[in-house]
Ligand binder design. Structure first.
Ligand code: APR
Length: 315
């Protein structure tokens, strides 16, 4: 008998540090069946088996499998891509471009063949260049390819604010826009604590210090870990986006989405406020920024444009 209902299928391309964490969180949130893919032969099968043994403890029914065959990703509703090298201490995300463009090109060609309908969330770095590579090769229209950076950068900002003020993280909202690099733009007027503008609670110099720490936070983690980069928080952020899509939650989330005029940006995937629901990136909230934030966003987008030109030379 053909089953009447099916769980959503979640494909994870890259089953390393972030990939494994993505699978665990997807199980804990009961998002659906999971396929872990990696070019490494047995490792994704090992992670799938390990995570399968979590299911009885969590009381979750799902199929978890590991593979190195792209055909097994067919029918995925959502793909989360982490294939690629992470940085080492002292490296910038942009230093990964040469290696990771080659990896993303091969991933994107296979995604185009096997998963033409999936909603794609890219995490690999340099993020903005990787989203562009995926969108260009798959030829996807506007909504189905998006980059995860803003949820994480905003979460870092929110955490530092909550820690500084001694308040619940749940009450701190923030938006960090622009590219996923040192010129990302924490939009301070959009940051509030229980609805109170942050500027009423912290001095400008304290806010600047938090903004700077947010920009450097990924590097701070890399320097402490010594091998690899942040993996729990990127996974959590991408799962937040996948959940909003699969459950049609229409969360308002900053994400690297294709701008076609929004914020004065044209033909670029840049971190902007989006609404993510069953339609993918259903909307970009093209709101007015202060002139200094708008200028900072434009400068960050110029950096993304430079990266895109570098990608084009390599494709
Ligand atoms: N196809 C599929 N997987 C690949 C490919 C490929 N062509 N090339 C490499 N991989 C896999 C590796 O085998 C590895 O298991 O990608 C995985 C990456 O995992 P990690 O090295 O553990 O890196 P991770 O910490 O998960 O970060 C992945 O996300 O945040 C970014 O900067 C980070 O670019 C990095 C990516």
């Amino acid at each position: 008998m053909t089953p009447k209902f099916q769980r959503p299928k979640i494909g994870l391309i890259g089953s390393g540090q972030i990939g494994g964490q993505l699978a665990l969180l997807a199980v804990q949130k009961q998002l659906g069946d999971i396929v872990l893919f990696d070019i490494a032969a047995d490792m994704p099968k090992g992670k799938a088996l390990d995570i399968s043994h979590v299911l009885p403890v969590e009381g979750v029914d799902a199929r978890i499998s590991g593979t190195s065959d792209y055909a097994d990703l067919k029918g995925s509703d959502v793909l989360i891509v982490t294939a690629g090298l992470p940085r080492k201490p002292g490296m910038s995300r942009d230093d990964l471009l040469d290696t990771n463009v080659k990896i993303m090109k091969s991933v994107a060609e296979n995604v185009k063949t096997y998963c033409p309908d999936a909603f794609i969330i890219v995490i690999s770095n340099p993020l903005d260049a990787m989203v562009y590579t995926m969108a260009k090769i798959t030829g996807r229209p506007k909504t189905p390819v998006v980059g995860m950076a803003g949820v994480l950068d905003s979460s870092r900002f929110r955490f530092f604010v909550a820690e500084r003020l001694g308040v619940s993280v749940a009450d701190v909202t923030a938006f960090v826009l622009g590219g996923h690099g040192d010129d990302m733009v924490p939009v301070v007027p959009f940051c509030s604590v229980g609805g109170i503008p942050l500027t009423q609670l912290l001095s400008q110099s304290e806010i600047d210090a938090i903004a700077n720490r947010t920009r450097q936070a990924g590097g701070e983690v890399v320097a402490l870990l010594k091998t690899g980069s942040a993996f729990m928080s990127p996974a959590s952020s991408a799962i937040c986006m996948a959940e909003s899509y699969l459950r049609d939650k229409k969360r308002v989330l900053p994400a690297a989405a294709l701008c076609e005029g929004e914020f004065g940006l044209h033909g670029l995937h840049v971190g902007v406020p989006t609404v993510i629901g069953a339609g993918g990136v259903e909307r970009i909230l093209d709101v007015k920024l202060s002139s200094s934030d708008q200028a900072a966003l434009a400068a960050s987008a110029e950096h993304v444009r430079d990266l895109v030109l570098e990608v084009d030379k390599r494709l």
